[in-house]
Design a protein around this ligand. Structure first.
Ligand code: KIV
Length: 282
């Protein structure tokens, strides 16, 4: 891994290592203080670009329910739909570790159902591992899935599948009791064998504390810079999903505007008969 100097005069690792990213390598990255990059993808073409750019982890998130299917929450997406997205991404990816979310209702009911959902994802998509939301309340499901040799990434803090219980998408675990439960759940997930943990929308100091107490990598979204890596939803960071701008989001492109401009130019060229020209026909 070669290094470059960033704008803050700090040495940063450059991605020139084409070996497949594994759960074990993520733990090694935490041990040597190398930050983990993670981004969502749901289809073949975008996953190919994201993998080629050198992303460490690609998450086939159940946020597909929002950004791909247009649902208000992540709850409606089905296991079959997640498997469809997972398969499409897996055809494109050769380097990144691919994580597929277990959707709402496929692992909370009982641990046997959880195991069969996880097995379907692994058999049908060929993904590397799965992610699911929750702590002590889904312990039995996690243990049964882990017993089958399927690696699990946990997810605590703002867990969108519980939005109807929370009633709001605001920052979680600001109150002491909720923060205490989150820390206990994080330790539990590590103890029972999860290989990594996502912390969503919680105070930065709390997330940094969890990351320093755990030996497994902690990846944050709206959880500050004191964690071991960052994850964003691809449509948000590329400016495709224009109506969503929480404080934690950094936009790296304005593809929404770019796409609208390109589509309008095409419409204009068709109407004015500028397209196709002599060279663009047989
Ligand atoms: O589904 C998703 O995109 C996620 C991220 C927000 C972590 O779970």
């Amino acid at each position: 891994m070669a290094g470059t100097i960033n704008k803050n005069n700090m040495s940063v690792a450059k991605v020139d290592d084409n070996r497949k990213v594994t759960t074990h390598r993520l733990i090694e990255m935490k041990q040597r203080g190398e930050k983990i990059s993670m981004l969502t993808a749901y289809d073949y073409s975008m996953a190919k670009l994201i993998d080629q750019a050198g992303m460490d982890v690609i998450l086939v998130g159940d946020s597909a329910s929002n950004v791909m299917a247009g649902n208000v929450t992540t709850l409606p997406i089905t296991l079959d739909q997640m498997i469809y997205h997972g398969k499409s991404v897996m055809k494109a990816v050769s380097r990144a570790l691919v994580v597929v979310d277990l959707p709402f209702g496929t692992y909370q009911g009982n641990s046997k159902e959880a195991l069969s959902s996880a097995i379907r994802v692994m058999k049908e998509t060929h993904a590397d591992c799965i992610k699911l939301e929750g702590g002590a309340e889904v312990r039995e499901s996690i243990e049964r899935i882990l017993c089958a040799g399927i690696p699990i990434m946990g997810h605590l803090g703002l867990t969108p599948q519980s939005i109807n219980k929370f009633g709001t998408y605001t920052v979680r675990a600001r109150e002491e009791a909720e923060a205490k439960k989150l820390v206990e759940d994080a330790h539990l997930l590590e103890e029972i064998g999860c290989f990594a943990l996502v912390l969503e929308k919680i105070p930065a100091a709390l997330a940094a504390r969890v990351a320093s107490e755990l030996t497994i990598p902690v990846i944050g979204i709206g959880a500050g810079g004191g964690v071991d890596g960052q994850v964003l939803v691809m449509h948000d960071m590329l400016g495709i999903n224009q109506g969503f701008s929480p404080r934690f989001l950094r936009r790296y492109a304005n593809l929404g505007e770019e796409i609208t401009r390109a589509v309008q130019a095409y419409i204009e060229d068709v109407k004015s008969q500028d397209f196709p020209n002599e060279k663009e026909q047989y």
